[in-house]
Design a protein. Structure first.
Length: 260
Protein backbone atom coordinates (compact mmCIF):
# COMPACT_ATOMS: atom_id res chain seq x y z
CA UNK A 1 0.00 0.00 0.00
CA UNK A 2 1.07 3.55 -0.72
CA UNK A 3 -0.02 6.50 1.40
CA UNK A 4 0.25 9.87 -0.29
CA UNK A 5 0.00 12.79 2.13
CA UNK A 6 -0.61 16.30 0.81
CA UNK A 7 -1.02 19.46 2.85
CA UNK A 8 -4.60 20.18 1.79
CA UNK A 9 -7.58 18.95 -0.22
CA UNK A 10 -6.72 20.89 -3.38
CA UNK A 11 -3.21 19.46 -3.60
CA UNK A 12 -4.48 15.95 -2.87
CA UNK A 13 -7.01 16.35 -5.68
CA UNK A 14 -4.36 17.65 -8.06
CA UNK A 15 -2.06 14.69 -7.31
CA UNK A 16 -4.85 12.21 -8.05
CA UNK A 17 -5.89 13.99 -11.26
CA UNK A 18 -2.31 14.05 -12.55
CA UNK A 19 -1.91 10.37 -11.68
CA UNK A 20 -5.07 9.41 -13.57
CA UNK A 21 -4.15 11.52 -16.60
CA UNK A 22 -0.67 9.97 -16.74
CA UNK A 23 -2.11 6.46 -16.51
CA UNK A 24 -4.46 7.18 -19.40
CA UNK A 25 -1.74 8.77 -21.53
CA UNK A 26 0.80 6.03 -20.82
CA UNK A 27 -1.79 3.39 -21.74
CA UNK A 28 -2.43 5.16 -25.08
CA UNK A 29 -6.00 3.88 -25.37
CA UNK A 30 -7.68 3.18 -28.71
CA UNK A 31 -11.29 2.28 -29.59
CA UNK A 32 -10.30 -1.40 -29.53
CA UNK A 33 -8.18 -1.04 -26.40
CA UNK A 34 -9.88 1.45 -24.07
CA UNK A 35 -8.63 2.52 -20.67
CA UNK A 36 -11.23 1.47 -18.07
CA UNK A 37 -11.79 3.80 -15.15
CA UNK A 38 -13.94 3.26 -12.05
CA UNK A 39 -15.42 6.45 -10.64
CA UNK A 40 -17.16 7.71 -7.48
CA UNK A 41 -19.63 10.47 -6.70
CA UNK A 42 -19.94 12.68 -3.63
CA UNK A 43 -18.04 15.76 -2.56
CA UNK A 44 -14.60 14.12 -2.29
CA UNK A 45 -13.88 13.60 -6.02
CA UNK A 46 -15.13 17.02 -7.14
CA UNK A 47 -11.64 18.50 -6.94
CA UNK A 48 -10.25 15.67 -9.05
CA UNK A 49 -12.95 16.11 -11.69
CA UNK A 50 -12.30 19.87 -11.76
CA UNK A 51 -8.59 19.28 -12.39
CA UNK A 52 -9.21 16.60 -15.05
CA UNK A 53 -11.57 18.95 -16.88
CA UNK A 54 -8.82 21.60 -16.87
CA UNK A 55 -6.32 19.08 -18.23
CA UNK A 56 -8.73 18.03 -20.98
CA UNK A 57 -9.37 21.63 -22.01
CA UNK A 58 -5.61 22.26 -22.04
CA UNK A 59 -5.10 19.29 -24.34
CA UNK A 60 -3.22 17.28 -21.72
CA UNK A 61 -5.56 14.27 -21.70
CA UNK A 62 -8.43 12.84 -23.75
CA UNK A 63 -11.28 10.63 -22.60
CA UNK A 64 -12.46 9.66 -26.08
CA UNK A 65 -11.17 6.12 -25.61
CA UNK A 66 -11.90 5.83 -21.89
CA UNK A 67 -14.67 3.59 -20.57
CA UNK A 68 -16.09 4.32 -17.11
CA UNK A 69 -17.98 2.33 -14.51
CA UNK A 70 -19.48 4.22 -11.60
CA UNK A 71 -19.56 2.82 -8.10
CA UNK A 72 -23.21 3.19 -7.20
CA UNK A 73 -26.67 4.66 -7.66
CA UNK A 74 -29.68 5.24 -5.44
CA UNK A 75 -32.62 2.89 -5.85
CA UNK A 76 -35.74 4.74 -6.91
CA UNK A 77 -34.18 7.85 -8.47
CA UNK A 78 -34.45 8.47 -12.20
CA UNK A 79 -31.33 9.54 -14.14
CA UNK A 80 -32.90 12.99 -14.43
CA UNK A 81 -33.30 13.45 -10.68
CA UNK A 82 -30.91 16.20 -9.49
CA UNK A 83 -29.58 13.93 -6.72
CA UNK A 84 -29.16 10.81 -8.83
CA UNK A 85 -25.59 9.80 -9.52
CA UNK A 86 -26.34 9.78 -13.25
CA UNK A 87 -27.15 13.48 -12.99
CA UNK A 88 -24.13 14.14 -10.75
CA UNK A 89 -21.65 12.57 -13.17
CA UNK A 90 -22.94 14.36 -16.26
CA UNK A 91 -23.29 17.68 -14.46
CA UNK A 92 -19.89 17.61 -12.76
CA UNK A 93 -17.71 15.70 -15.19
CA UNK A 94 -18.94 13.94 -18.32
CA UNK A 95 -20.55 16.99 -19.95
CA UNK A 96 -17.22 18.83 -19.74
CA UNK A 97 -14.94 16.25 -21.41
CA UNK A 98 -14.88 14.28 -24.67
CA UNK A 99 -16.13 10.96 -23.30
CA UNK A 100 -18.62 9.04 -25.42
CA UNK A 101 -21.99 8.45 -23.76
CA UNK A 102 -21.95 4.78 -24.76
CA UNK A 103 -18.66 4.40 -22.88
CA UNK A 104 -20.17 5.45 -19.54
CA UNK A 105 -21.79 2.89 -17.25
CA UNK A 106 -23.91 3.75 -14.20
CA UNK A 107 -26.20 1.34 -12.39
CA UNK A 108 -29.92 1.79 -13.07
CA UNK A 109 -31.76 2.56 -9.84
CA UNK A 110 -35.09 2.10 -11.61
CA UNK A 111 -34.33 -1.37 -12.98
CA UNK A 112 -37.33 -3.72 -12.82
CA UNK A 113 -35.06 -6.63 -11.96
CA UNK A 114 -32.46 -5.39 -9.49
CA UNK A 115 -30.61 -8.71 -9.26
CA UNK A 116 -30.31 -8.95 -13.03
CA UNK A 117 -29.11 -5.34 -13.25
CA UNK A 118 -26.32 -6.09 -10.76
CA UNK A 119 -25.33 -9.33 -12.50
CA UNK A 120 -25.17 -7.58 -15.88
CA UNK A 121 -22.97 -4.84 -14.41
CA UNK A 122 -20.47 -7.44 -13.22
CA UNK A 123 -20.62 -9.14 -16.64
CA UNK A 124 -19.96 -5.84 -18.44
CA UNK A 125 -16.86 -5.20 -16.33
CA UNK A 126 -15.61 -8.72 -16.97
CA UNK A 127 -16.30 -8.60 -20.71
CA UNK A 128 -14.26 -5.44 -21.19
CA UNK A 129 -11.31 -7.02 -19.41
CA UNK A 130 -11.66 -5.48 -15.96
CA UNK A 131 -11.04 -2.02 -14.55
CA UNK A 132 -7.57 -0.54 -14.86
CA UNK A 133 -7.95 2.06 -12.12
CA UNK A 134 -10.76 2.48 -9.60
CA UNK A 135 -11.04 5.82 -7.79
CA UNK A 136 -13.07 6.06 -4.61
CA UNK A 137 -13.64 7.92 -1.40
CA UNK A 138 -14.54 6.73 2.09
CA UNK A 139 -17.19 7.53 4.64
CA UNK A 140 -16.46 8.42 8.23
CA UNK A 141 -17.15 4.77 9.12
CA UNK A 142 -14.67 3.58 6.52
CA UNK A 143 -17.19 2.44 3.92
CA UNK A 144 -16.26 2.41 0.23
CA UNK A 145 -19.07 3.04 -2.28
CA UNK A 146 -22.17 1.87 -0.38
CA UNK A 147 -20.37 -1.08 1.18
CA UNK A 148 -21.37 -0.21 4.72
CA UNK A 149 -19.59 -1.65 7.79
CA UNK A 150 -19.74 -5.45 7.94
CA UNK A 151 -20.10 -5.79 4.18
CA UNK A 152 -18.43 -8.95 2.97
CA UNK A 153 -14.94 -8.31 1.61
CA UNK A 154 -15.81 -10.80 -1.14
CA UNK A 155 -19.03 -8.95 -2.06
CA UNK A 156 -20.10 -8.18 -5.62
CA UNK A 157 -22.48 -5.64 -7.14
CA UNK A 158 -25.78 -5.77 -5.29
CA UNK A 159 -28.50 -3.80 -3.51
CA UNK A 160 -27.59 -2.50 -0.05
CA UNK A 161 -29.62 -1.00 2.76
CA UNK A 162 -28.10 2.30 3.89
CA UNK A 163 -27.31 2.94 7.53
CA UNK A 164 -28.98 5.76 9.44
CA UNK A 165 -25.62 7.56 9.65
CA UNK A 166 -25.12 7.40 5.87
CA UNK A 167 -28.66 8.67 5.28
CA UNK A 168 -28.08 11.55 7.72
CA UNK A 169 -24.79 12.50 6.05
CA UNK A 170 -26.31 12.37 2.56
CA UNK A 171 -29.38 14.36 3.62
CA UNK A 172 -27.32 17.51 3.02
CA UNK A 173 -27.89 16.86 -0.69
CA UNK A 174 -31.67 16.57 -0.13
CA UNK A 175 -32.30 19.94 1.57
CA UNK A 176 -31.37 18.28 4.88
CA UNK A 177 -34.62 16.31 4.70
CA UNK A 178 -33.86 12.74 5.79
CA UNK A 179 -37.24 11.54 4.53
CA UNK A 180 -36.20 12.40 0.97
CA UNK A 181 -33.03 10.26 1.02
CA UNK A 182 -33.43 6.79 -0.53
CA UNK A 183 -32.89 4.01 1.98
CA UNK A 184 -31.26 1.56 -0.45
CA UNK A 185 -28.74 1.78 -3.25
CA UNK A 186 -27.10 -0.35 -5.88
CA UNK A 187 -23.36 -0.61 -5.35
CA UNK A 188 -20.34 -2.42 -6.66
CA UNK A 189 -18.95 -4.87 -4.10
CA UNK A 190 -15.71 -4.69 -2.17
CA UNK A 191 -14.32 -7.50 -4.32
CA UNK A 192 -15.46 -5.70 -7.48
CA UNK A 193 -13.34 -2.71 -6.48
CA UNK A 194 -10.39 -4.82 -5.36
CA UNK A 195 -10.37 -6.67 -8.70
CA UNK A 196 -9.19 -3.44 -10.37
CA UNK A 197 -5.53 -3.39 -11.33
CA UNK A 198 -5.09 -0.23 -9.25
CA UNK A 199 -7.26 1.36 -6.57
CA UNK A 200 -6.97 4.93 -5.31
CA UNK A 201 -8.99 5.89 -2.24
CA UNK A 202 -9.17 9.56 -1.25
CA UNK A 203 -9.65 10.52 2.41
CA UNK A 204 -9.61 14.20 3.25
CA UNK A 205 -10.55 16.17 6.33
CA UNK A 206 -10.32 15.48 10.06
CA UNK A 207 -13.61 13.56 10.05
CA UNK A 208 -11.95 10.81 8.00
CA UNK A 209 -8.94 10.47 10.35
CA UNK A 210 -10.28 7.52 12.35
CA UNK A 211 -11.23 5.63 9.18
CA UNK A 212 -7.72 6.20 7.82
CA UNK A 213 -6.23 4.90 11.07
CA UNK A 214 -8.42 1.78 11.02
CA UNK A 215 -7.67 1.19 7.34
CA UNK A 216 -3.90 1.51 7.60
CA UNK A 217 -2.72 0.62 11.09
CA UNK A 218 -5.33 -1.89 12.24
CA UNK A 219 -5.97 -5.45 10.95
CA UNK A 220 -8.11 -6.03 7.88
CA UNK A 221 -11.76 -6.33 8.90
CA UNK A 222 -15.20 -6.30 7.30
CA UNK A 223 -16.15 -3.69 9.90
CA UNK A 224 -13.90 -1.22 8.08
CA UNK A 225 -14.15 -1.89 4.34
CA UNK A 226 -11.30 0.57 3.67
CA UNK A 227 -9.00 -2.00 5.31
CA UNK A 228 -9.48 -4.34 2.34
CA UNK A 229 -6.98 -2.15 0.52
CA UNK A 230 -4.24 -3.69 2.67
CA UNK A 231 -4.46 -6.83 0.52
CA UNK A 232 -4.34 -5.02 -2.84
CA UNK A 233 -1.11 -5.21 -4.83
CA UNK A 234 -1.47 -1.65 -6.11
CA UNK A 235 -3.56 0.21 -3.55
CA UNK A 236 -3.07 3.91 -2.84
CA UNK A 237 -4.65 6.06 -0.15
CA UNK A 238 -4.39 9.80 -0.81
CA UNK A 239 -4.89 12.05 2.24
CA UNK A 240 -4.56 15.60 3.34
CA UNK A 241 -2.78 16.35 6.62
CA UNK A 242 -5.95 16.52 8.77
CA UNK A 243 -6.91 12.98 7.71
CA UNK A 244 -3.66 11.60 9.17
CA UNK A 245 -4.32 12.98 12.66
CA UNK A 246 -4.78 9.56 14.30
CA UNK A 247 -1.87 7.80 12.60
CA UNK A 248 1.29 7.16 14.59
CA UNK A 249 4.02 9.70 13.98
CA UNK A 250 6.33 6.94 12.73
CA UNK A 251 3.72 5.83 10.19
CA UNK A 252 3.42 9.34 8.75
CA UNK A 253 7.22 9.77 8.71
CA UNK A 254 7.67 6.44 6.93
CA UNK A 255 5.25 7.16 4.10
CA UNK A 256 6.46 10.72 3.64
CA UNK A 257 10.04 9.46 3.48
CA UNK A 258 9.47 6.79 0.82
CA UNK A 259 7.42 9.18 -1.34
CA UNK A 260 10.13 11.87 -1.49
Amino acid sequence: MRLIIKDNYDNASLWVAKYIAKKINDFAPTPDKPFVLGLPTGSTPLGVYKELIKMYKNGEVSFSNVVTFNMDEYVGLSPEHPQSYHYFMWDNFFNHIDIKKENTHILNGLAENIEEECENYEKAIKEIGGIHLFLGGIGEDGHIAFNEPFSSLSSRTRQKTLTTDTIKVNSRFFDNDISQVPTTALTVGVATIMDAKEVIIMATGAKKAHAVYMGIEQPMSHKWTISALQAHRHGIIVCDEPATAELETETVKYFKDIEK
